[in-house]
Design a protein around this ligand. Structure first.
Ligand SMILES: O=C(O)CCC(=O)C(=O)O
Length: 263
């Protein structure tokens, strides 16, 4: 149980908006200058191998090397990433939306270099081994995220429908995409963000990003949070477990792990 609590940070109107629109934000987590100062540390994580011994002593004794990609679940071995995912500005808002008991399931970096492919319109729950699939995502801008360098777009209110997913086109990053017959991409909203800002969205909110046709890199960190009544059906690696972000796990359905030390 996490006894250190954060205050809920959303107004009743914001909670209603999240329920009606399926997303909220952007909100500031830190100033752009602070995120720019932190970016070399984040780049160093993205250049390092998960759980390869760096002399930090942080790797578990039976850690597997390169079981998963450098961009995924680095909150398990790098404190700097865990601290972003567990930031009180995010957690306080999620507590307002979902109550006090929160588990950190995954983190995923989305690094879009110049020329990166498009990410198709999709609802996250379509892909993920969770039952029931109830997930709140926070997407944190590391680099400036603008229309020019393919910021995330969402379709407000799209979370109220379950959209069939079909085979994605060849030029897309994922293998499946939301069937275009069921939404109108003209309803899309650009979620431009400065470094250090984040948005929240749920498991059914349709979102995507265009190819990055600019010469500006765009890094975002997506933080996936679930509730204790949700069961993880398949873990991502032997090391994968869920740090408790806030409150208490009264269900015991999932493997819990401690957050990393100061590696
Ligand atoms: O960063 C992007 O372009 C897409 C993000 C995304 O699909 C997600 O966070 O689930």
């Amino acid at each position: 149980m996490i006894t250190e609590t954060v205050s809920p940070q959303l107004t009743a109107e914001e909670v209603t908006t999240f329920k009606e629109q399926g997303y909220l934000g952007p909100f500031p987590m830190m100033s752009p200058e602070e995120m720019v100062a932190l970016t070399p540390d984040i780049e160093a994580v993205l250049e390092s191998d998960p759980f390869v011994d760096t002399g930090s002593g942080n790797a578990p004794p039976n850690a597997s090397k390169r079981r998963y990609k450098r961009e995924h679940n680095r909150h398990l071995d790098k404190r700097v990433i865990y601290s972003l995912a567990a930031h009180p500005e995010i957690i306080g808002r999620m507590v307002s939306l979902y109550g006090p008991d929160l588990l950190l399931w995954r983190t995923n970096f989305f690094v879009k270099y110049a020329g990166s492919k498009r990410i198709p319109w999709h609802q996250d729950f379509n892909y993920w081994p969770l039952e029931p699939p109830v997930i709140c995502s926070a997407w944190i801008a590391v680099d400036p995220s603008t229309v020019e360098n393919s910021c995330v777009q969402v379709i407000p209110g799209s979370h109220r429908k379950v959209i069939p997913h079909v085979k994605a086109d060849e030029d897309m990053v994922f293998q499946e995409m939301g069937d275009e017959k069921y939404y109108d991409a003209n309803d899309a909203v650009d979620l431009e963000m400065q470094p250090g800002e984040f948005i929240l969205f749920n498991e059914r909110t349709l979102h995507h990003s265009h190819p990055n046709s600019s010469d500006k890199r765009r890094i975002g960190l997506a933080v996936r949070v679930i509730l204790p009544f949700v069961t993880v059906l398949r873990y991502d690696s032997p090391e994968h477990g869920l740090p408790m972000l806030h409150g208490e796990d009264r269900m015991g359905f999932n493997k819990l792990v401690a957050p990393p030390g100061n590696a």
